[in-house]
Design a protein around this ligand. Structure first.
Ligand code: SF4
Ligand code: SF4
Length: 178
């Protein structure tokens, strides 16, 4: 079939902005925000006591975390073998992950008369993760969970790439270190 080039009739023009140029420079809105909101809060906080001030003295004070908050992940350890992760390297979490930020390399070991799988490598790219919790939902072993730990700021991209050892660290230990 011959390819037809589009004409003007193929397009529907949507008028998106009919405001005058004086409105579109947002000067009035900026001044309203500056003097109507910012200055009002500034003066009220300065002379009206601290009760209205939304600022908290972090890290001495910490904001309460809402129930269900999803922060950094942990990998749980086996109850009967605390040196081993509960993860069996089934790839369900990596398959469910919409951000494709989980990398797993599977290995095997002899456990009594059984062959068990385990993650030789288990890594999460914390900069790509969108903290959706799909990995936690997909895991058949309850081996991965998102915790309420949110202090994941780092100086390098490499430090935002969490390895198996990072993920096996308990939330208490992460809190002590932060
Ligand atoms: S929280 Fe979502 S984006 Fe992050 S690793 Fe899990 S599935 Fe992927
Ligand atoms: S879904 Fe669970 S058991 Fe499977 S690879 Fe992910 S963390 Fe491991």
């Amino acid at each position: 079939m011959e390819k037809r080039m589009p004409t003007n009739d193929d397009y529907y023009v949507v008028e998106t902005d009919e405001r005058s140029p004086s409105v579109r420079v947002y000067l009035l809105a900026v001044l309203q925000g500056l003097f109507g909101v910012t200055l009002r809060h500034f003066l009220r906080n300065l002379f009206g006591g601290k009760q209205d001030m939304p600022t908290i003295s972090y890290p001495e004070e910490r904001r309460p975390i809402p129930e269900g908050y999803r922060g950094k992940h942990v990998l749980y350890r086996r109850a009967d073998a605390p040196d081993k992760p509960r993860c069996v390297a089934c790839f369900m979490c990596a398959t469910a992950c919409p951000a494709r930020c989980i990398t797993i390399e599977a290995g095997e070991y002899q456990d009594g008369d059984r062959i068990e799988k385990y993650p030789v490598r288990f890594e999460i790219d914390g900069l790509r993760c969108i903290y959706c919790g799909m990995c936690e939902e997909a895991c058949p072993k309850d081996a991965i969970a998102l915790t309420s730990f949110y202090e994941t700021a780092a100086y390098t991209r490499k430090d935002c790439y969490w390895t198996k050892e990072d993920l096996l660290e308990s939330i208490e230990s992460m809190r002590r270190r932060s």
